[in-house]
Design a binder for this molecule. Sequence first.
Ligand code: SF4
Length: 475
Amino acid sequence: MPGFTPGRRWQPAYYPFHSEPAFDRFIEFIERSIKGPLFGCRMCGNCLLQETAFICPMECPKGLRNGPCGGSTPEHCYVDPDRPCIWYKIYERAEKMGRTDRLREVLPPLDWEKVGTDSWMDVARHWVKVGGLKGMVDALKLPKPERDEAWEKFFYEVRQPEWWGGDDKPHPAPAHEPVSTLEAKLTAGNFVITAEVSPPLAGATDEIVKKLNLLRDHIDAVNFTDNPSATPRMSSLVCSAVAAMNGVEPVMQIAARERTRMGLQSSVLGAVALGIRNVLCLTGDHPRLGPSPHGRMDIWDIDSIQMLWILRRMRDEGHFLDGRDLKAAPPLFLGAAGSPFSSNARFQALREEKKVNAGAQFFQTNLIYDVDGFAEWLGGLDQLGVLARVHVLAGLMPMRSFKAAQMIAQVPGVKVPKALLDRMESATDPKEEGVQITLELIDKLKRLPGVHGLHIMAVGWESIVPRLIKESSIR
Ligand code: SF4
């Protein structure tokens, strides 16, 4: 059959001088001309339009293939305010078409060899493999439900490469002893406190040790961010190792942004060797939002859901992504970010369910100032049966000034009610007002069913954490 050139796909699609058979170029041209205007197709060569309400998700600046990031809003993309969030559009259309179930499928990372090439020939190849014309005629003779099932199965096999094996099913960790103190405490039903610390802007650890000593008697684990706001700092891996060596349990945050699928697996194995067990998988802020000029912005090899999927399989099935056996499965307690105020609560509940199905065992949420809105998000999770399968740690950041409150209110995915902004503006001592607001929030949050702890992000104001914990009587 023309176009089935052996080895064609072994040439990088972006390599400028590779020559493709004329037939392949012709198919690519036709596919691009039709799917571009119809679906916004970007010719990723790994078509998943069936799962995404027939809108191509590759317009997303982060290349996300499993749902929106935490900055998604109904109005616009948080990376590029001049365009809408494509994932918000996908969720909206999926809801109208009654296809939200399809958004649960954990979809594979790109096969980069195919990027820029057609996907129709993949369909044709698979069609030949499953019986060609005869197979199609046989399928058409089936009663409607079976015919629909055969059709779904056909496209499922086309879009899920053998090395992946994603699905839309929950995969709880098999029965096991907790791998970390954090997991043990959450499993035992304790109300836990984690605190976030930004890694230093230096190659010295004295600042980390100072903060660890300040926090160690008050918290259950310490999070280290991974180049937050796309701004380089000491690596989260090293900070987490320093915490483990100093007797404070770390939660290593790991951003997909600057990792390939290979880098993820090797980094996490290294982390386990250094005593790190809790890993929080994030997609990460876009480099465009950081200070580094001219950084590469088009890698985005994996997203947070794919990370969870890969790490969970390493732990539970003892395989690398490529199928090789690990000599010892890494003991991991896997977490993800919860985004109660991104896009809308219904869409987020679906997205969080996918994270839990992929492997998330705990959520640390974005900042909460609107407890009612947060309760709505929890309700959405509960309706989907997710709340019973994940530990939720509610995110808090004490506001230090009215200016800080205004800045926080601008962050996509964060909602600060006007009443709180007014309180900060009219306060004679805004710093103290920020503390009082946080204490009130803690008082409400700790009573919400489904909340298993707090995650305090004091960002440079770590000294306030002991006071917050003491005065809120959660210890
Ligand atoms: S808001 Fe996030 S998910 Fe939506 S298009 Fe922008 S980067 Fe992608």
